[in-house]
Design a protein around this ligand. Sequence first.
Ligand SMILES: Nc1ncnc2c1ncn2[C@@H]1O[C@H](COP(=O)(O)OP(=O)(O)O)[C@@H](O)[C@H]1O
Ligand SMILES: [Mg+2]
Length: 363
Amino acid sequence: MIELTDVRKVFPARRGAAEVTAVDGVSLSVAAGEFAGVVGPSGSGKSTLARLVNLLERPTSGRVVVDGQVLTDLDDDGVRKARRTVGMVFQHFNLLDSRTAAGNVEHPLELAGMGRAERRARVADLLDLVGLADRHGSRPGQLSGGQKQRVAIARALAARPKVLLCDEATSALDPASTAGVLDLLRQVRAELGLTVLLITHEMAVVRAVCDSAVLLDRGKVVDGGPLAEVLTRPHSPLAAQLLPAPAVTDTRGDLVRITVTESAPEGRVLRTLAGELGLDVEIVGGSVETVAGRRFGRLLLAVTGDDGRLDPALQRLRDGGSLVERALPGDEPVPVDLTEPEPDPAGQAPAFARLLDSPDVQR
Ligand SMILES: Nc1ncnc2c1ncn2[C@@H]1O[C@H](COP(=O)(O)OP(=O)(O)O)[C@@H](O)[C@H]1O
Ligand SMILES: [Mg+2]
């Protein structure tokens, strides 16, 4: 449904600032109906990538195909039409304060020239879909953050898009509203058969709703794939974000890091090592999470016993489908801090833009 091939976006140098390669040769494929995540530290190019998918930004080079249409081959008029297949929601909702919830959802339909009666019926359906039928007359100022994002989702769905782009759509919400909006996204994906590209710096969001994800770093995809595959991939930096491995702080004994899955759960691992092979096993650390609807965990085990038995024991676990690694201090990718900087309190241009506008730099 979304096919990016070697896409680059270079923002040219301007007013003394060097040029920025925001997206640097990204190839990405998202199947119809897939819920795909894009994660990465602040400034890694996530928002630019989203804007390249609906051609709000034209790539410097590379190809963008959405729903079989080569957007990069279209002129501006063609792009404007094609953009209706892609809805978008943002962190700060971008609702019109002067309009009611219904008025905001109606806005894109007016722009598309839909007749009044048809518009009203469509708006009622959309507000019903997002669970806000009773708030149609409320203005954004009277709605909670979660409700505002529901209105924004209804508006994004108004033109019946096939793809929904969500750029940090839950980042301004409290945990309960985040859970509600994620449930709604899951529901509309299932009911409308949408493809969702979800940009976030919150790994809990990826764990909750995504089937697949890519990790961006300085404009490049450094890791990615279906989450179930990523989590069982040795030394995966994306897996380290999704399910951080317990830190190795103790080098006594043989430390073993085991990724458990539904088909090779921790009970079986412990039974094999302790019960069948008679090794002495201690759990040093670990966690188990639900990712992409399935259970995954990482355990750090200290195993002692007959030295000669350990390696064959680990091999036996690997043969049973577990990812098993001998753990040494510092051998695992350290999750990077993905926390976005606080949004600008004044809601103005980012600090770097203000810097560019200062008289000192303008000369
Ligand atoms: N319109 C623009 N002009 C110049 N530089 C930009 C523009 N938009 C983004 N950038 C730069 O591109 C890089 C990636 O930005 P962005 O896509 O917003 O990253 P993210 O969403 O991951 O935080 C940053 O260095 C940012 O400053
Ligand atoms: Mg961003």
